[in-house]
Design a protein around this ligand. Structure first.
Ligand code: NAD
Length: 493
């Protein structure tokens, strides 16, 4: 699969520290691989603790002058960055598709989605209001002002290589923080291109720094930020075990944390639902990015009276999905991110079959027929799923929709909540009483009610329970990068 860009210089192969593109101090490199085949097509620095330290030095040195700029100046920078992302959107989409395997049409959507956060936080930067507090004693004035937390370290996953990092960097810069970032080892090129565009948009040296590292070098690289008292916040999107590790390891310096972690989303279809709308919602929520999103429904609960009709309609739509190379215009499902991801999907499906599931469509790895590698998996619907299966408790992160049959509202809510996770949940019903009852009982940070596409820059995104804490997007998203300082002036009587 080729990578033809209008501006080939957007493909960067160095770290960006203190305004300079640099090799890792060790000179080490780490491969970037084609998701379909696993073959290397580019490489980037394999950084270590010393590189991360240099990035933190630069971010620390730049902090005072960045925070002292007016919110308007920071907003203007973000607007220029937003314009650059939009102007180079097609190249960015091609880079995303190439390294992550998302079909080009979806990659274009991700560019627009990621850019929307940059625009949103440019707008929010100038609205970081505090409060005047009525003083309870004469001669005093009391107020609360918001201040940037300081240097922020951002660690991001591979499944949305542009949007996940944009929605961390944009609020951090808007708040007046400076940033050190480490993108996922599978997808560093998109993040480096974004940083290149920030440089072109006139970001001062040291305000945004990025280092890349292999999976092997990542723990030591990030650990240098965890131990560094100058780094005041960790913002992380990724798996729950890594999130817990980051929380533990940053405890000694008591950093502020935003953790957007794994999910195990239920999708419930009640017998009064509009079935066609429910199928459309499930298609959008489940099969986007080949099922590799943290808000993907992992367990689909269908009430028994409509189970067969729903399954029939769903299978018709899923069987019609076109699987193909990410760059082909008509592909709807690309390759999975790597061989390990396909193996996990295979393991989950085999385990489900061993526990009594039936394949209604798909259920196998795909090859041949224009597919350019072994990492493709057929969009799959499984019937007769039950809680003994691994896919009940673990995220499959692939294009597999297991159908669980249920009878009773209270039972399905109990089942849906029977997970340590609580990121997204969806349900379909036309009964207004049921809607409010279920919405209030589901333990989840994000709920789609008769809606499968919930993400928006204007909305607070984040989890409860072991899906983490902190919110991205919306007005709450800026607060995560600020603390409240209380000022009390006396002697005014
Ligand atoms: P991951 O946790 O393995 O990796 C995420 C990032 O953490 C990568 O940059 C990786 O290099 C880094 N990392 C890994 N080990 C580390 C360590 N010991 N120290 C420091 N950094 C380390 O997750 P992944 O496989 O990239 O992403 C999939 C997971 O992310 C899924 O569980 C998914 O649900 C979750 N996710 C959550 C959201 C959300 O917003 N909640 C969004 C996307 C993905």
């Amino acid at each position: 699969m080729s990578l033809t860009l209008t501006r080939p210089e957007l493909v960067r192969s160095h770290n960006f520290i203190a305004g300079l593109w640099r090799d890792a101090l060790s000179g080490g490199r780490h491969p970037v691989s084609d998701p379909a085949t696993g073959a290397e097509f580019a490489n980037v620095p394999d950084s270590a603790a010393a590189d991360a330290q240099a990035a933190a030095d630069a971010a620390h040195a730049a902090f005072d002058s960045w925070r002292d700029r007016t919110a308007r100046e920071r907003a203007q920078f973000l607007k220029r960055w937003h314009a650059a992302i939009v102007a180079n959107g097609e190249d960015l989409a091609r880079i995303i598709s190439r390294e992550q395997g998302k079909p080009l049409a979806e990659a274009r959507g991700e560019v627009a989605y990621g850019a929307s956060y940059v625009e949103w936080f440019a707008e929010e930067a100038v609205r970081a209001y505090g409060d005047m507090i009525p003083a309870l004693m004469p001669g005093k004035r009391m107020m609360a002002v918001k201040e940037p937390v300081g240097v922020v370290a951002a660690v991001t996953p591979w499944n949305f290589p542009l949007a996940m990092i944009a929605r961390k960097i944009a609020p951090a810069l808007a708040a007046g923080c400076t940033v050190v970032a480490k993108p996922a080892e599978d997808t560093p090129l998109t993040a480096l291109a974004l940083v290149r565009l920030a440089e072109e948009a006139g970001l001062p040296a040291g305000v945004l720094n990025i280092v890349t590292a292999s999976r092997g070098q990542t723990p030591a690289t990030v650990a240098s930020w965890l131990a560094d008292p100058r780094v005041r916040k960790i913002t992380f999107t990724g798996s729950t075990p890594v999130g817990k590790y980051l929380a533990r390891e940053s405890a000694d310096t008591l950093k502020k944390l935003s953790l957007e972690l794994g999910g195990n989303a239920p999708f419930i279809v009640f017998d009064d639902a509009d079935l066609d709308a429910a199928v459309t919602g499930l298609m959008a929520a489940k099969f986007r990015n080949g099922g590799q999103t943290c808000v993907c429904p992992n367990r689909v609960y269908v009430q028994s009276g409509i189970y067969d009709a729903f399954a029939r309609k769903l299978v018709e739509r899923v069987a019609a999905l076109r699987v193909g190379p990410a760059t082909r215009d008509d592909s709807q499902i690309g390759p999975m991110i790597n061989a390990r991801a396909v193996e996990k999907i295979e393991r989950h499906v085999e385990d489900a079959l061993a526990h009594g599931a039936t394949v209604l469509t798909g259920g196998r790895r795909l090859s041949g027929d224009g597919l350019d590698g072994p990492n493709y998996y057929a969009p799959t619907v499984l019937g007769d799923a039950n809680r003994e299966m691994a896919l009940f408790s673990e995220e499959t992160f692939g294009p597999v929709a297991p159908l669980f049959k249920f009878d009773d509202d209270a039972d399905v809510i109990r089942e849906a909540n029977d997970t340590p996770f609580g990121l997204a949940a969806y349900f379909y019903s036309t009964d207004v009483r049921r809607i409010w009852r279920v919405a209030s009982r589901l333990e989840s940070g994000v709920i789609g009610i008769n809606e499968g596409a919930v993400s928006s820059e204007a909305a607070p995104f984040g989890g409860v329970k072991e899906s983490g804490y902190g919110r991205e997007g919306s007005r709450y998203g800026l607060d995560d990068y600020m603390h409240v300082k209380y000022l009390c002036q006396g002697g005014l009587a």
